[in-house]
Design a protein around this ligand. Structure first.
Ligand code: FDA
Ligand code: PGT
Length: 452
Protein backbone atom coordinates (compact mmCIF):
# COMPACT_ATOMS: atom_id res chain seq x y z
CA UNK A 1 0.00 0.00 0.00
CA UNK A 2 1.22 3.50 -0.84
CA UNK A 3 2.33 5.47 2.24
CA UNK A 4 2.21 9.26 2.66
CA UNK A 5 3.00 11.63 5.51
CA UNK A 6 1.15 14.82 6.44
CA UNK A 7 1.23 17.05 9.50
CA UNK A 8 -2.55 17.15 9.71
CA UNK A 9 -5.14 14.81 8.19
CA UNK A 10 -8.72 16.14 8.23
CA UNK A 11 -11.42 13.54 7.57
CA UNK A 12 -14.63 15.23 6.39
CA UNK A 13 -15.09 18.50 4.54
CA UNK A 14 -18.42 19.72 5.96
CA UNK A 15 -18.61 23.00 7.90
CA UNK A 16 -16.43 21.65 10.71
CA UNK A 17 -13.67 20.16 8.54
CA UNK A 18 -13.74 23.05 6.05
CA UNK A 19 -13.35 25.67 8.78
CA UNK A 20 -10.52 23.71 10.40
CA UNK A 21 -8.75 23.69 7.01
CA UNK A 22 -9.56 27.39 6.42
CA UNK A 23 -7.90 28.44 9.70
CA UNK A 24 -4.90 26.14 9.20
CA UNK A 25 -4.26 27.17 5.61
CA UNK A 26 -1.12 29.13 4.84
CA UNK A 27 0.38 28.57 8.30
CA UNK A 28 3.24 26.35 7.18
CA UNK A 29 1.74 22.94 7.88
CA UNK A 30 1.26 20.14 5.38
CA UNK A 31 -2.48 19.50 5.51
CA UNK A 32 -4.64 16.94 3.69
CA UNK A 33 -8.46 17.02 3.81
CA UNK A 34 -10.50 14.14 2.40
CA UNK A 35 -14.23 13.66 1.90
CA UNK A 36 -16.20 10.67 0.62
CA UNK A 37 -18.36 12.88 -1.58
CA UNK A 38 -17.48 14.29 -4.99
CA UNK A 39 -16.53 18.00 -4.90
CA UNK A 40 -19.91 19.27 -6.09
CA UNK A 41 -21.77 17.46 -3.30
CA UNK A 42 -19.56 18.34 -0.35
CA UNK A 43 -21.64 20.31 2.17
CA UNK A 44 -24.83 18.88 0.73
CA UNK A 45 -26.48 17.38 3.79
CA UNK A 46 -30.03 17.65 5.12
CA UNK A 47 -30.17 20.98 6.94
CA UNK A 48 -32.40 24.01 7.59
CA UNK A 49 -29.45 26.14 6.31
CA UNK A 50 -30.02 28.96 8.82
CA UNK A 51 -26.96 30.42 10.55
CA UNK A 52 -26.67 33.50 12.76
CA UNK A 53 -24.51 36.30 11.30
CA UNK A 54 -22.84 36.64 14.71
CA UNK A 55 -20.85 33.45 14.10
CA UNK A 56 -19.25 34.79 10.92
CA UNK A 57 -18.35 38.07 12.63
CA UNK A 58 -16.86 36.45 15.70
CA UNK A 59 -14.73 34.00 13.76
CA UNK A 60 -13.67 36.23 10.89
CA UNK A 61 -15.35 33.93 8.38
CA UNK A 62 -16.29 35.47 5.04
CA UNK A 63 -19.99 36.27 4.60
CA UNK A 64 -21.88 34.20 2.06
CA UNK A 65 -22.24 36.11 -1.19
CA UNK A 66 -23.94 35.74 -4.57
CA UNK A 67 -25.61 32.35 -4.92
CA UNK A 68 -24.19 31.20 -1.60
CA UNK A 69 -26.71 33.46 0.11
CA UNK A 70 -30.33 32.57 -0.59
CA UNK A 71 -31.99 34.91 1.87
CA UNK A 72 -31.07 37.47 4.52
CA UNK A 73 -32.79 36.85 7.84
CA UNK A 74 -33.94 39.53 10.31
CA UNK A 75 -35.19 37.29 13.10
CA UNK A 76 -37.25 34.33 14.26
CA UNK A 77 -40.95 34.09 15.00
CA UNK A 78 -41.71 31.46 17.60
CA UNK A 79 -45.26 30.11 17.65
CA UNK A 80 -46.96 28.52 20.67
CA UNK A 81 -48.66 25.13 20.07
CA UNK A 82 -52.11 26.73 19.83
CA UNK A 83 -50.59 29.46 17.56
CA UNK A 84 -52.21 32.10 19.78
CA UNK A 85 -48.90 33.50 20.99
CA UNK A 86 -46.09 34.54 18.67
CA UNK A 87 -42.77 35.73 20.08
CA UNK A 88 -40.46 37.62 17.79
CA UNK A 89 -36.74 37.35 18.41
CA UNK A 90 -34.81 39.79 16.24
CA UNK A 91 -31.29 39.02 15.06
CA UNK A 92 -29.49 38.94 11.72
CA UNK A 93 -28.75 35.69 9.98
CA UNK A 94 -28.36 33.93 6.64
CA UNK A 95 -30.32 31.27 4.78
CA UNK A 96 -27.45 29.65 2.95
CA UNK A 97 -26.98 27.59 -0.10
CA UNK A 98 -24.86 25.45 2.20
CA UNK A 99 -22.99 23.34 -0.38
CA UNK A 100 -21.91 26.43 -2.35
CA UNK A 101 -20.69 28.29 0.73
CA UNK A 102 -19.01 25.16 2.10
CA UNK A 103 -17.20 24.50 -1.21
CA UNK A 104 -16.01 28.09 -1.39
CA UNK A 105 -14.40 27.81 2.07
CA UNK A 106 -12.68 24.63 0.90
CA UNK A 107 -11.44 26.34 -2.29
CA UNK A 108 -10.02 29.21 -0.25
CA UNK A 109 -8.19 26.74 1.99
CA UNK A 110 -6.95 24.90 -1.11
CA UNK A 111 -5.68 28.11 -2.67
CA UNK A 112 -3.52 28.57 0.44
CA UNK A 113 -1.96 25.14 0.19
CA UNK A 114 -4.35 22.64 1.81
CA UNK A 115 -4.52 19.49 -0.32
CA UNK A 116 -8.05 18.22 -0.88
CA UNK A 117 -9.09 14.78 -2.15
CA UNK A 118 -12.76 14.25 -2.89
CA UNK A 119 -14.33 10.79 -3.28
CA UNK A 120 -11.94 9.53 -0.66
CA UNK A 121 -13.11 7.64 2.40
CA UNK A 122 -11.21 7.02 5.63
CA UNK A 123 -11.62 3.27 6.22
CA UNK A 124 -9.96 2.93 9.60
CA UNK A 125 -7.60 4.87 11.86
CA UNK A 126 -4.12 3.64 12.79
CA UNK A 127 -3.89 3.28 16.54
CA UNK A 128 -0.41 2.46 17.85
CA UNK A 129 1.05 2.75 21.36
CA UNK A 130 -1.98 4.68 22.57
CA UNK A 131 -1.74 7.24 19.74
CA UNK A 132 -3.82 7.83 16.62
CA UNK A 133 -1.19 7.89 13.87
CA UNK A 134 -3.25 8.37 10.71
CA UNK A 135 -5.71 6.37 8.67
CA UNK A 136 -6.16 4.02 5.74
CA UNK A 137 -7.91 5.90 2.96
CA UNK A 138 -9.66 4.58 -0.09
CA UNK A 139 -9.52 6.97 -3.04
CA UNK A 140 -12.27 6.19 -5.58
CA UNK A 141 -10.78 8.53 -8.18
CA UNK A 142 -7.51 6.63 -8.37
CA UNK A 143 -9.00 3.35 -7.12
CA UNK A 144 -6.25 2.88 -4.59
CA UNK A 145 -5.79 2.38 -0.90
CA UNK A 146 -3.36 4.80 0.72
CA UNK A 147 -1.88 4.78 4.22
CA UNK A 148 -1.66 8.37 5.44
CA UNK A 149 0.37 9.08 8.56
CA UNK A 150 -0.32 12.27 10.51
CA UNK A 151 0.77 14.02 13.69
CA UNK A 152 -2.83 15.13 14.26
CA UNK A 153 -5.93 13.56 12.72
CA UNK A 154 -9.13 15.63 12.77
CA UNK A 155 -12.39 13.66 12.87
CA UNK A 156 -14.87 15.97 11.11
CA UNK A 157 -17.10 13.14 9.93
CA UNK A 158 -20.39 14.56 11.20
CA UNK A 159 -22.98 12.50 13.00
CA UNK A 160 -21.49 9.24 11.64
CA UNK A 161 -18.41 9.74 13.88
CA UNK A 162 -16.84 7.31 11.49
CA UNK A 163 -13.24 7.63 12.70
CA UNK A 164 -13.43 7.97 16.47
CA UNK A 165 -16.09 5.25 16.72
CA UNK A 166 -13.49 2.78 15.36
CA UNK A 167 -11.04 3.48 18.19
CA UNK A 168 -10.88 1.24 21.30
CA UNK A 169 -14.14 1.83 23.17
CA UNK A 170 -12.43 2.49 26.50
CA UNK A 171 -10.86 5.70 25.17
CA UNK A 172 -12.79 8.78 26.37
CA UNK A 173 -12.88 10.17 22.81
CA UNK A 174 -14.79 7.08 21.61
CA UNK A 175 -17.78 8.16 23.80
CA UNK A 176 -21.10 7.09 22.29
CA UNK A 177 -24.44 8.88 22.23
CA UNK A 178 -27.70 8.10 24.01
CA UNK A 179 -30.46 7.94 21.39
CA UNK A 180 -32.57 10.27 23.51
CA UNK A 181 -29.83 12.89 23.17
CA UNK A 182 -30.54 13.23 19.45
CA UNK A 183 -33.41 14.39 17.28
CA UNK A 184 -34.41 12.71 14.04
CA UNK A 185 -34.97 15.51 11.57
CA UNK A 186 -36.40 15.66 8.07
CA UNK A 187 -36.82 18.55 5.66
CA UNK A 188 -37.90 19.41 2.13
CA UNK A 189 -37.21 22.48 0.02
CA UNK A 190 -40.22 23.49 -2.04
CA UNK A 191 -41.58 26.41 -4.00
CA UNK A 192 -44.64 28.19 -2.65
CA UNK A 193 -47.81 29.10 -4.53
CA UNK A 194 -47.85 32.71 -3.31
CA UNK A 195 -45.30 35.20 -2.05
CA UNK A 196 -44.27 34.41 1.52
CA UNK A 197 -45.28 37.05 4.04
CA UNK A 198 -42.34 38.44 6.08
CA UNK A 199 -39.97 36.22 4.16
CA UNK A 200 -37.03 37.57 6.12
CA UNK A 201 -38.30 35.85 9.29
CA UNK A 202 -37.70 32.20 10.16
CA UNK A 203 -40.73 30.51 11.69
CA UNK A 204 -40.46 27.95 14.47
CA UNK A 205 -43.55 26.09 15.65
CA UNK A 206 -43.28 24.52 19.06
CA UNK A 207 -45.66 21.57 19.22
CA UNK A 208 -45.33 18.32 21.11
CA UNK A 209 -48.27 16.91 19.20
CA UNK A 210 -46.82 17.38 15.71
CA UNK A 211 -43.10 17.11 16.62
CA UNK A 212 -42.60 15.53 20.06
CA UNK A 213 -39.31 16.63 21.62
CA UNK A 214 -38.50 18.96 18.72
CA UNK A 215 -40.25 21.52 16.56
CA UNK A 216 -41.49 22.32 13.06
CA UNK A 217 -39.66 24.96 11.07
CA UNK A 218 -40.50 27.05 8.03
CA UNK A 219 -37.36 28.85 6.84
CA UNK A 220 -37.91 31.05 3.74
CA UNK A 221 -35.16 30.83 1.15
CA UNK A 222 -36.57 33.75 -0.76
CA UNK A 223 -39.99 35.10 -1.65
CA UNK A 224 -41.23 31.83 -3.14
CA UNK A 225 -38.99 29.13 -1.79
CA UNK A 226 -38.98 27.51 1.63
CA UNK A 227 -37.07 24.94 3.67
CA UNK A 228 -39.68 23.18 5.80
CA UNK A 229 -39.17 20.34 8.24
CA UNK A 230 -39.30 18.99 11.74
CA UNK A 231 -37.32 17.19 14.41
CA UNK A 232 -38.54 14.59 16.89
CA UNK A 233 -36.67 13.21 19.87
CA UNK A 234 -34.90 9.89 19.31
CA UNK A 235 -35.17 6.76 21.43
CA UNK A 236 -38.73 7.45 22.53
CA UNK A 237 -40.57 4.95 20.35
CA UNK A 238 -42.43 7.65 18.45
CA UNK A 239 -43.75 6.93 14.94
CA UNK A 240 -41.38 7.75 12.09
CA UNK A 241 -40.58 11.38 11.31
CA UNK A 242 -42.13 10.85 7.84
CA UNK A 243 -45.48 10.01 9.42
CA UNK A 244 -45.46 13.33 11.26
CA UNK A 245 -44.30 15.17 8.12
CA UNK A 246 -47.14 13.85 5.96
CA UNK A 247 -49.72 14.36 8.65
CA UNK A 248 -48.88 17.95 9.59
CA UNK A 249 -47.30 19.55 6.51
CA UNK A 250 -50.53 21.33 5.61
CA UNK A 251 -50.78 22.81 9.10
CA UNK A 252 -47.33 24.40 9.10
CA UNK A 253 -46.69 25.06 5.42
CA UNK A 254 -50.12 25.38 3.80
CA UNK A 255 -48.75 27.45 0.92
CA UNK A 256 -46.20 24.99 -0.52
CA UNK A 257 -46.73 23.56 -3.97
CA UNK A 258 -46.09 19.85 -3.43
CA UNK A 259 -45.52 19.31 -7.13
CA UNK A 260 -42.53 21.67 -6.99
CA UNK A 261 -40.30 19.78 -4.63
CA UNK A 262 -36.61 20.68 -5.05
CA UNK A 263 -34.80 18.71 -2.35
CA UNK A 264 -35.68 16.25 0.41
CA UNK A 265 -33.87 14.28 3.09
CA UNK A 266 -33.41 13.60 6.75
CA UNK A 267 -30.62 13.04 9.25
CA UNK A 268 -29.87 12.95 12.95
CA UNK A 269 -29.01 15.93 15.12
CA UNK A 270 -27.17 15.54 18.43
CA UNK A 271 -28.86 17.71 21.09
CA UNK A 272 -26.50 17.40 24.04
CA UNK A 273 -23.50 18.92 25.78
CA UNK A 274 -20.27 18.53 23.80
CA UNK A 275 -18.17 15.37 23.91
CA UNK A 276 -16.54 15.20 27.35
CA UNK A 277 -13.14 15.43 25.69
CA UNK A 278 -12.77 16.47 22.07
CA UNK A 279 -9.14 15.30 21.97
CA UNK A 280 -6.95 12.31 22.68
CA UNK A 281 -3.42 11.35 21.70
CA UNK A 282 -3.03 12.42 18.05
CA UNK A 283 -6.72 13.15 17.43
CA UNK A 284 -9.25 16.01 17.63
CA UNK A 285 -12.99 15.73 16.96
CA UNK A 286 -14.97 18.71 15.63
CA UNK A 287 -18.55 19.52 14.60
CA UNK A 288 -21.38 16.98 14.87
CA UNK A 289 -18.82 14.26 15.49
CA UNK A 290 -17.99 16.08 18.75
CA UNK A 291 -21.68 16.86 19.48
CA UNK A 292 -21.26 20.61 19.08
CA UNK A 293 -24.90 21.31 18.09
CA UNK A 294 -27.04 23.74 20.11
CA UNK A 295 -29.30 21.45 22.20
CA UNK A 296 -32.32 23.74 22.12
CA UNK A 297 -32.60 24.85 18.51
CA UNK A 298 -30.57 22.12 16.82
CA UNK A 299 -28.42 24.60 14.87
CA UNK A 300 -24.92 23.17 14.47
CA UNK A 301 -23.23 25.00 11.60
CA UNK A 302 -22.16 28.03 13.63
CA UNK A 303 -20.76 25.90 16.44
CA UNK A 304 -19.10 23.56 13.90
CA UNK A 305 -17.24 26.67 12.67
CA UNK A 306 -16.28 27.55 16.26
CA UNK A 307 -14.91 24.05 16.81
CA UNK A 308 -12.89 24.33 13.58
CA UNK A 309 -11.44 27.62 14.76
CA UNK A 310 -10.47 26.11 18.14
CA UNK A 311 -9.04 23.00 16.50
CA UNK A 312 -6.78 25.03 14.18
CA UNK A 313 -5.55 27.21 17.05
CA UNK A 314 -4.83 24.12 19.16
CA UNK A 315 -3.02 22.33 16.33
CA UNK A 316 -0.77 25.32 15.59
CA UNK A 317 0.09 25.49 19.26
CA UNK A 318 0.78 21.76 19.46
CA UNK A 319 3.24 22.05 16.54
CA UNK A 320 5.03 24.89 18.35
CA UNK A 321 5.38 22.71 21.43
CA UNK A 322 5.97 19.51 19.46
CA UNK A 323 3.43 17.78 21.74
CA UNK A 324 0.57 15.89 20.08
CA UNK A 325 -0.58 13.98 23.15
CA UNK A 326 -3.97 14.50 24.80
CA UNK A 327 -2.24 16.96 27.13
CA UNK A 328 -0.65 18.80 24.19
CA UNK A 329 -4.07 19.13 22.50
CA UNK A 330 -6.06 19.78 25.70
CA UNK A 331 -6.50 23.52 24.92
CA UNK A 332 -9.10 22.45 22.36
CA UNK A 333 -11.49 21.54 25.17
CA UNK A 334 -10.88 24.78 27.04
CA UNK A 335 -11.22 26.90 23.89
CA UNK A 336 -14.47 25.26 22.80
CA UNK A 337 -16.03 25.30 26.27
CA UNK A 338 -15.26 28.99 26.65
CA UNK A 339 -16.58 29.85 23.21
CA UNK A 340 -19.74 27.71 23.18
CA UNK A 341 -19.56 24.45 25.16
CA UNK A 342 -20.47 25.82 28.59
CA UNK A 343 -23.57 27.42 27.10
CA UNK A 344 -24.37 24.15 25.34
CA UNK A 345 -24.22 22.25 28.64
CA UNK A 346 -26.58 24.75 30.18
CA UNK A 347 -28.95 24.46 27.21
CA UNK A 348 -28.78 20.65 27.50
CA UNK A 349 -30.51 21.11 30.88
CA UNK A 350 -33.06 23.52 29.38
CA UNK A 351 -33.73 21.08 26.53
CA UNK A 352 -34.50 18.23 28.96
CA UNK A 353 -37.06 20.46 30.67
CA UNK A 354 -38.64 21.63 27.39
CA UNK A 355 -38.96 18.11 26.04
CA UNK A 356 -41.03 17.11 29.08
CA UNK A 357 -43.49 20.02 28.86
CA UNK A 358 -47.02 19.44 27.59
CA UNK A 359 -48.48 21.64 24.87
CA UNK A 360 -50.83 23.01 27.54
CA UNK A 361 -47.90 24.11 29.67
CA UNK A 362 -46.13 25.72 26.71
CA UNK A 363 -49.29 27.57 25.66
CA UNK A 364 -49.77 28.79 29.21
CA UNK A 365 -46.11 29.65 29.73
CA UNK A 366 -45.78 31.63 26.51
CA UNK A 367 -49.17 33.30 26.76
CA UNK A 368 -48.86 34.38 30.38
CA UNK A 369 -45.20 35.23 29.85
CA UNK A 370 -43.95 32.93 32.57
CA UNK A 371 -40.92 33.17 30.29
CA UNK A 372 -40.51 36.11 27.92
CA UNK A 373 -38.83 36.66 24.56
CA UNK A 374 -35.93 38.40 26.30
CA UNK A 375 -35.46 35.45 28.66
CA UNK A 376 -35.32 33.03 25.74
CA UNK A 377 -32.92 35.24 23.82
CA UNK A 378 -30.64 35.54 26.82
CA UNK A 379 -30.78 31.78 27.37
CA UNK A 380 -29.99 31.24 23.72
CA UNK A 381 -27.12 33.74 23.58
CA UNK A 382 -25.51 33.18 26.95
CA UNK A 383 -27.00 29.99 28.38
CA UNK A 384 -28.33 31.96 31.37
CA UNK A 385 -31.92 31.80 32.49
CA UNK A 386 -32.90 34.71 34.72
CA UNK A 387 -36.34 34.70 36.15
CA UNK A 388 -36.32 38.06 37.84
CA UNK A 389 -39.24 39.42 35.83
CA UNK A 390 -41.16 36.19 36.13
CA UNK A 391 -40.43 35.96 39.82
CA UNK A 392 -42.11 39.28 40.42
CA UNK A 393 -45.22 37.87 38.87
CA UNK A 394 -44.91 34.70 40.86
CA UNK A 395 -47.54 35.56 43.45
CA UNK A 396 -50.08 36.44 40.80
CA UNK A 397 -49.35 33.36 38.74
CA UNK A 398 -49.34 31.13 41.79
CA UNK A 399 -52.87 32.34 42.42
CA UNK A 400 -53.79 31.63 38.83
CA UNK A 401 -53.20 27.96 38.85
CA UNK A 402 -49.83 26.77 37.50
CA UNK A 403 -47.36 27.47 40.27
CA UNK A 404 -45.60 24.17 39.57
CA UNK A 405 -44.43 25.37 36.14
CA UNK A 406 -42.75 28.38 37.67
CA UNK A 407 -41.23 26.34 40.49
CA UNK A 408 -39.82 23.94 37.91
CA UNK A 409 -38.39 26.83 35.93
CA UNK A 410 -36.61 28.04 39.05
CA UNK A 411 -35.05 24.60 39.45
CA UNK A 412 -34.10 24.59 35.76
CA UNK A 413 -32.43 27.99 36.08
CA UNK A 414 -30.44 26.80 39.09
CA UNK A 415 -29.19 23.66 37.38
CA UNK A 416 -28.32 25.64 34.26
CA UNK A 417 -26.17 27.92 36.36
CA UNK A 418 -24.54 25.01 38.19
CA UNK A 419 -23.64 22.99 35.14
CA UNK A 420 -22.20 26.05 33.44
CA UNK A 421 -20.02 26.65 36.49
CA UNK A 422 -18.89 23.04 36.37
CA UNK A 423 -17.93 23.50 32.72
CA UNK A 424 -15.90 26.59 33.58
CA UNK A 425 -14.05 24.36 36.06
CA UNK A 426 -13.11 21.92 33.31
CA UNK A 427 -9.97 19.97 34.31
CA UNK A 428 -6.68 21.45 33.13
CA UNK A 429 -5.31 18.04 32.18
CA UNK A 430 -6.58 14.61 31.09
CA UNK A 431 -5.93 13.13 34.55
CA UNK A 432 -8.85 15.15 35.98
CA UNK A 433 -11.32 14.08 33.30
CA UNK A 434 -12.87 11.04 34.97
CA UNK A 435 -13.74 12.81 38.23
CA UNK A 436 -15.13 15.83 36.40
CA UNK A 437 -17.23 13.62 34.11
CA UNK A 438 -18.70 11.84 37.14
CA UNK A 439 -19.68 15.22 38.57
CA UNK A 440 -21.41 16.25 35.34
CA UNK A 441 -23.18 12.90 35.01
CA UNK A 442 -24.49 13.02 38.57
CA UNK A 443 -25.67 16.61 38.19
CA UNK A 444 -27.62 15.57 35.09
CA UNK A 445 -29.17 12.48 36.70
CA UNK A 446 -30.09 14.54 39.76
CA UNK A 447 -31.77 17.09 37.48
CA UNK A 448 -33.61 14.37 35.54
CA UNK A 449 -35.00 13.01 38.80
CA UNK A 450 -35.93 16.46 40.02
CA UNK A 451 -38.08 17.32 37.01
CA UNK A 452 -39.57 13.92 36.23
P1 FDA B 1 -21.29 17.16 8.16
O1 FDA B 1 -22.15 15.97 8.32
O2 FDA B 1 -21.83 18.33 7.47
O3 FDA B 1 -19.96 16.77 7.37
C1 FDA B 1 -19.31 15.55 7.53
C2 FDA B 1 -18.56 15.23 6.26
O4 FDA B 1 -17.72 14.12 6.51
C3 FDA B 1 -19.45 14.84 5.10
O5 FDA B 1 -19.17 15.66 3.99
C4 FDA B 1 -19.15 13.38 4.83
O6 FDA B 1 -19.19 13.03 3.47
C5 FDA B 1 -17.75 13.26 5.38
N1 FDA B 1 -17.38 11.92 5.90
C6 FDA B 1 -18.00 11.19 6.86
N2 FDA B 1 -17.34 10.05 7.08
C7 FDA B 1 -16.26 10.06 6.25
C8 FDA B 1 -15.18 9.16 6.04
N3 FDA B 1 -15.07 8.03 6.73
N4 FDA B 1 -14.25 9.48 5.12
C9 FDA B 1 -14.34 10.63 4.41
N5 FDA B 1 -15.34 11.52 4.58
C10 FDA B 1 -16.28 11.24 5.49
N6 FDA B 1 -27.66 23.62 11.63
C11 FDA B 1 -27.73 24.97 11.47
O7 FDA B 1 -26.80 25.67 11.84
N7 FDA B 1 -28.84 25.53 10.93
C12 FDA B 1 -29.89 24.81 10.53
O8 FDA B 1 -30.86 25.37 10.03
C13 FDA B 1 -29.85 23.39 10.70
N8 FDA B 1 -30.87 22.59 10.33
C14 FDA B 1 -30.76 21.22 10.33
C15 FDA B 1 -31.78 20.45 9.77
C16 FDA B 1 -31.63 19.07 9.70
C17 FDA B 1 -32.69 18.24 9.02
C18 FDA B 1 -30.47 18.45 10.23
C19 FDA B 1 -30.28 16.95 10.16
C20 FDA B 1 -29.46 19.22 10.81
C21 FDA B 1 -29.60 20.62 10.86
N9 FDA B 1 -28.59 21.44 11.37
C22 FDA B 1 -28.69 22.81 11.25
C23 FDA B 1 -27.34 20.84 11.91
C24 FDA B 1 -26.20 20.97 10.90
O9 FDA B 1 -26.59 20.49 9.66
C25 FDA B 1 -24.95 20.23 11.39
O10 FDA B 1 -24.72 20.53 12.74
C26 FDA B 1 -23.70 20.62 10.59
O11 FDA B 1 -23.92 20.60 9.22
C27 FDA B 1 -22.55 19.69 10.98
O12 FDA B 1 -21.42 19.90 10.20
P2 FDA B 1 -20.19 18.88 10.23
O13 FDA B 1 -19.16 19.45 9.35
O14 FDA B 1 -19.86 18.56 11.64
O15 FDA B 1 -20.77 17.52 9.63
C1 PGT C 1 -36.68 21.35 22.44
C2 PGT C 1 -35.65 20.45 21.81
C3 PGT C 1 -35.36 20.81 20.48
C4 PGT C 1 -34.44 19.94 19.71
C5 PGT C 1 -34.24 20.53 18.38
C6 PGT C 1 -34.13 19.56 17.26
C7 PGT C 1 -34.65 20.04 15.98
C8 PGT C 1 -33.73 19.77 14.87
C9 PGT C 1 -33.91 20.63 13.73
C10 PGT C 1 -32.78 21.44 13.35
C11 PGT C 1 -33.20 22.74 12.81
C12 PGT C 1 -32.12 23.72 12.97
C13 PGT C 1 -32.59 25.09 13.07
C14 PGT C 1 -31.51 26.01 13.36
C15 PGT C 1 -32.02 27.34 13.66
C16 PGT C 1 -30.97 28.31 13.90
C17 PGT C 1 -31.46 29.29 14.87
C18 PGT C 1 -30.48 30.31 15.18
O1 PGT C 1 -29.65 30.70 14.42
O2 PGT C 1 -30.57 30.74 16.43
C19 PGT C 1 -30.02 31.96 16.84
C20 PGT C 1 -28.54 31.87 17.05
O3 PGT C 1 -28.20 31.05 18.10
P1 PGT C 1 -26.68 30.55 18.23
O4 PGT C 1 -26.54 29.81 19.50
O5 PGT C 1 -26.29 29.83 16.98
O6 PGT C 1 -25.86 31.88 18.28
C21 PGT C 1 -25.81 32.64 19.41
C22 PGT C 1 -25.12 33.92 19.13
O7 PGT C 1 -25.82 34.66 18.18
C23 PGT C 1 -23.70 33.70 18.63
O8 PGT C 1 -22.83 34.53 19.26
C24 PGT C 1 -30.72 32.33 18.14
O9 PGT C 1 -32.09 32.04 18.03
C25 PGT C 1 -32.90 32.04 19.08
O10 PGT C 1 -32.60 32.50 20.15
C26 PGT C 1 -34.21 31.42 18.87
C27 PGT C 1 -34.48 30.33 19.80
C28 PGT C 1 -35.23 29.22 19.16
C29 PGT C 1 -35.70 28.25 20.17
C30 PGT C 1 -36.39 27.09 19.58
C31 PGT C 1 -37.30 26.28 20.39
C32 PGT C 1 -37.45 26.56 21.83
C33 PGT C 1 -38.78 26.35 22.41
C34 PGT C 1 -39.08 27.31 23.52
C35 PGT C 1 -40.40 27.21 24.16
C36 PGT C 1 -40.52 28.08 25.36
C37 PGT C 1 -41.70 27.84 26.19
C38 PGT C 1 -41.45 27.96 27.64
C39 PGT C 1 -42.67 28.00 28.46
C40 PGT C 1 -42.47 27.88 29.91
Amino acid sequence: MKELKYDVLIIGGGFAGASTAFHLAGKGLKVLLVDSKPWNRIGDKPCGDAVSKAHFDRLGMPYPKGEELENKISGIKLYSPDMKTVWTVNGEGFELNAPLYNQRILREAESKGVEIWDQTTAMKPFFENGFVKGAVLYNRRSNEEVAVYSKVLVDATGYSRSVRSKLPQELPIAEDLDEKDADIAYREVLLTRDDIEDHDYLRIFVTQKASPGGYWWYFPKGKNKVNVGLGIQGGMGYPSVHVFYQKYLDSYAPDVDKSRLLVKGGALVPTRRPLYTMVWNGIIAVGDSAYTVNPVHGGGKGSAMISGYCAAKTILNAFEKGDFSAQGLWDMNICYINEYGAKQASLDIFRRFLQKLSDDDINYGMNKKVLKEEDLLEASEKGDLHLSVAEKAMRIIAGLGRPSLLMKLKTVAEYMKNIKQLYYNYPRSPSGLQIWKTQVDSLISEFNMNIS
